[in-house]
Design a protein around this ligand. Sequence first.
Ligand SMILES: NC(=O)C1=CN([C@@H]2O[C@H](COP(=O)(O)OP(=O)(O)OC[C@H]3O[C@@H](n4cnc5c(N)ncnc54)[C@H](OP(=O)(O)O)[C@@H]3O)[C@@H](O)[C@H]2O)[C@@H](O)CC1
Ligand SMILES: [K+]
Length: 470
Amino acid sequence: MDSVFTVAEIRRAEEATGDLLASGELMQRAASALASVVLDELGDRPRGRRVLLAVGSGNNGGDALWAGVRLLRRGVRVDAWRTADAVHEEGWAAFVAAGGREVDAMSALEALVDADLVVDGVLGIGGRGGLRGAAAVFAQACADTQTPVIAVDLPSGLEGDSCVALPSFAADVTVTFGGRKACQVLQPAASRCGRVVVVDIGLDLGEPELWTWSAADVAAHYPWPGPDSDKYARGVVGVDTGSATYPGAAVLATMGAVYGGAGMVRYLGAARDAVVAALPNVVTAAGRVQAWLVGSGWGSRPDASAIVAWCLGEGLPTVVDADALFALGDATLGGHVLLTPHAGELARLLSVERSAVEADPAGHARRAASETGAVVLLKGASQYVAEPSGRVTLAVGGPAWTAQAGSGDTLAGLCAAMLAAGRPAGEAALLGASLQAIAARNFPGPRPPQDLVRHVADVIPMLRSPGLDR
Ligand SMILES: NC(=O)C1=CN([C@@H]2O[C@H](COP(=O)(O)OP(=O)(O)OC[C@H]3O[C@@H](n4cnc5c(N)ncnc54)[C@H](OP(=O)(O)O)[C@@H]3O)[C@@H](O)[C@H]2O)[C@@H](O)CC1
Ligand SMILES: [K+]
């Protein structure tokens, strides 16, 4: 598990270092690590290679300049374009004293022709509202000329706490200080960060704003069957999804539970023929159930509230998906209930605009979990699991291929299988979402969800072996 910190947390930790901040020691540590990454990128013979610094008005530019000083000492040819009238004074003086050259905006653009790489030190965690003016033109020119970019702390233009892809550099490598920021793990902003190198500069950071899961966490928490596992140990999922109008949702949700590894799946909804035709192993008689999955593909169903109330009244772990989210009524929820909205559904549940959820997905997922008492899996390009305690964890991220109709149905089935196997709702949600992402990463391409879910079954055993794209 990895941690993500807010800009305010990073700033507080920096302040708390006292002398280290005031003396410039923190900046020297940052610059030293940045220079090492640049040298690694330049390869065996850095002498004579060309690096162009884009230097803004704040300390981010200071980091770039002090890194430039170190590169000059190694024989690298370093030019700097000042994007603002005033830049870090001491850093600039040291850069010039070490033999660094200043270039103007036009020369910086021309220099891209033979620059080996650009160090983006325009804006760091103090940046607001995206890149503007000549800096934005320069960032675009870096992309157009495919000049490698190493971003200092974050690609200038992004805001540390935001997932929004504001006008910014697109970095190949981001060298970040203290801890990861949200923009480096949340899509679409994360796609601008390239490889993220986290540098320890000696900050004492406490409990993070956000946790992130990796494939190793999936392997550690997956309910692996043992030699004495029977179908009840692996878990029985009861499914009521789909309808005569939407039989596909019944099939897809059931497939999710089957290919996620449920011991048995009972389908008790209104599309039994379609389910049994696709999956003859699914049982359609009533009987023992260890976790319920209700909602997707119901459409408008007069008994929706009654079904949801009955399932929740059983006290069993339950995935409440899609149409069932709006049939919760006054039901008492709890940490054994998993709500699986996408951004539009969460907005409706919280009576806010969808744009508000998209601007702060983690915050809205956290609010929904705390107000309902249930665990919330917010689906989308980045998938958040919020628990009533306030903890929010990001599932393993996958490629955009999963953004298609039906993915949510199979995902709900995967989560239900994990619940039935006895995993707590938060873990079940993280397992389901992460497994789907890992499958999409390892089997990329425009696959329909009924195909991709079969690859979930392929990647599960691979979690314990090398060679998996994690
Ligand atoms: N603190 C430390 O000791 C350490 C910090 N470290 C480094 O410092 C970085 C944070 O430094 P920082 O606080 O100086 O902010 P930074 O992002 O460089 O610049 C903000 C300036 O830009 C301006 N501005 C804002 N938006 C703008 C826009 N869209 N377009 C144009 N201008 C814009 C804004 O002006 P304002 O709008 O406020 O007048 C302000 O003057 C951090 O990311 C890390 O790299 C490391 O050295 C470790 C130790
Ligand atoms: K930057």
